[in-house]
Design a protein around this ligand. Structure first.
Ligand code: ZN
Length: 369
């Protein structure tokens, strides 16, 4: 993986490039941020840059080291990550790991554990894994300039992390730890204090739009809508992109939530994102909203869950049925109907939907206009 494969994170990339050039790489770096922001991806790309035989600003992608690293199979880049089973070690799952990294280095821990068939089992980084790491890193480098350990989610070490303290504190020559973590509080302080922390921020909407275009060829309008819901997490953006039938449902639910809270800033943000969708998408969304409200009305009237809603929509509708009566749903449907009419007549969407959001807040909270 090269830096150019990773979306956004320009500042962190330049920092790492300078670090690699300086030849004074700290022996332990902790990439702190959500996996969906790309912290694991950055650690993996940095490992390749460090091993590349013709590295400039970027790994060359062509030398033998790069070719192996691109397959996540460089003999001096080791991977460690949560697995399932009391005595499990990462090498048992290396094949699944390589394909997961190749497919989507932004994926979250739940998706990874599901892929391992964990069902309800907890993931962990075991005692045996710690011993295996100590053994691997005590060997001489096979062919690389460095021996590198990329560890995803050291949070899962728990107290077994104590076994690695000495190694991280006094690592063998040319040994580098690259840890990618999400939750600082869940890591032993003694490990934290030995690492230089590199924070990876959530991605900007523009980065996500560009990433969706690059990885899924999604047009900018739809990508903006997805970016808005993804809140800086590219993994979530990919999930939304891959399940388009849920877009409207999620967008509607998000809108209802914001209208319920009635926070002005949140409502303005929502209307600005909505205004960018274009008239046809706005109309389609409102039609979907009307469909949802009709089914919700049937649910409230009959208590019968045999309505035309998908399972996740039904659970939203059931929650809403607790706080909305027939009268309120009728008022909401009236608003949606009016808006279809206004959109067709070229109303300014920002003004129209901010006004609608405020009205929805009043209806939901049972306040007069
Ligand atoms: Zn190279």
């Amino acid at each position: 993986m090269k830096f150019s494969d990773i979306i956004g994170q320009g500042r962190t990339k330049s920092f790492l490039q300078r670090l690699a050039k300086s030849e004074r790489v700290p022996h332990a770096l902790l990439f702190l941020g959500s996996t969906g922001s790309g912290n694991l991806a950055l650690a993996v790309a940095f490992a390749q840059l460090l091993q590349c035989e013709n590295a400039g600003e970027e790994a060359c992608g062509d030398c033998p080291a790069c070719r192996k690293a691109a397959q996540f199979a460089h003999p001096d880049v080791h991977f460690s990550f949560p697995t399932v089973g009391a005595n499990a070690v990462s090498t048992d799952f290396l094949k699944a790991w390589r394909s997961a990294l190749g497919e989507n280095p932004y994926r979250d821990i739940n998706a990874w554990l599901q892929q391992l068939g964990a069902e309800n089992k907890q993931g962990n980084i075991t005692k045996d894994e710690c011993n295996a790491i100590i053994k691997k890193l005590s060997l001489k480098a096979f062919e690389g300039r460095y021996k590198i350990l990329v560890m995803w989610l050291p949070e899962y070490l728990g107290k077994e992390g104590n076994r690695l303290l000495k190694l991280i504190e006094e690592p063998p020559e040319q040994t580098i730890f690259l840890l990618a973590a999400e939750n600082q509080e869940m890591i032993l302080n003694t490990i934290l204090s030995r690492c230089q922390i590199v924070k990876t921020e959530l991605l900007g909407d523009d980065d996500i739009v560009e990433g969706l275009h690059r990885k899924r060829s999604i047009d900018p309008d739809r990508a903006r809508q997805i970016a808005f819901l993804a809140g800086g997490d590219f993994n979530l953006a990919l999930q939304l992109a891959d399940n388009p039938e849920n877009d409207d449902a999620r967008f509607l639910l998000d809108w209802f939530r914001r209208c319920w809270r009635g926070n002005g800033v949140e409502l303005v943000q929502w209307t600005e994102a909505f205004a960018k969708l274009g008239r046809e998408n706005q109309k389609q969304f409102l039609q979907y909203g009307l469909h949802f409200l009709r089914e919700l009305m049937a649910l409230v009237a009959t208590g019968n869950t045999a309505v035309r809603l998908r399972p996740e929509e039904l659970s939203t509708a059931q929650n809403m049925a607790k706080v909305l009566d027939f009268e309120k749903i009728t008022q909401l449907a009236g608003l949606f109907n009016d808006n279809v009419y206004y959109i067709e007549r070229n109303a300014n969407p920002k003004i129209l939907f901010l006004d609608t959001s405020i009205r929805m807040n009043h209806i939901l909270k049972n306040e007069p206009f």
